[in-house]
Design a protein around this ligand. Structure first.
Ligand code: ZN
Ligand code: ZN
Length: 100
């Protein structure tokens, strides 16, 4: 099983935005918000920002380029779950035997 995970970082310098990072709608209504909460759309005036400026290196990049998809292999987790399920089964069987 593979799980998709999205990481956010600047495509130019790899800076990762924080929850508290703020962008200003400029030129626009000057509202400030975290642009990654809304996929680049200003919640105050509805302007859709196609580019996002990095707060670290100040370069502009396409908003979509900030999303980096990671594909994580979850085989180990799944195997662990299977082992736990098997153990529960064995314990139940022991209980049944003890009852007799
Ligand atoms: Zn950057
Ligand atoms: Zn705005």
């Amino acid at each position: 099983m593979k799980k998709r995970e999205v990481k956010l970082h600047c495509p130019k310098c790899n800076w990762e935005p924080r929850q508290t990072s703020n962008w200003v709608c400029k030129p626009g209504c000057r509202h400030s918000w975290n642009t990654f909460d809304t996929n680049g759309a200003c919640p105050a005036c509805g302007k859709a920002w196609k580019v996002t400026q990095c707060l670290s290196c100040l370069a502009f990049s396409a908003h979509a380029d900030w999303y980096h998809e990671l594909i994580r292999d979850e085989t180990t987790e799944e195997q662990k779950e299977r082992v736990t399920a098997r153990l529960t089964e064995i314990l139940l069987q022991m209980e049944e035997v003890g009852m007799e």
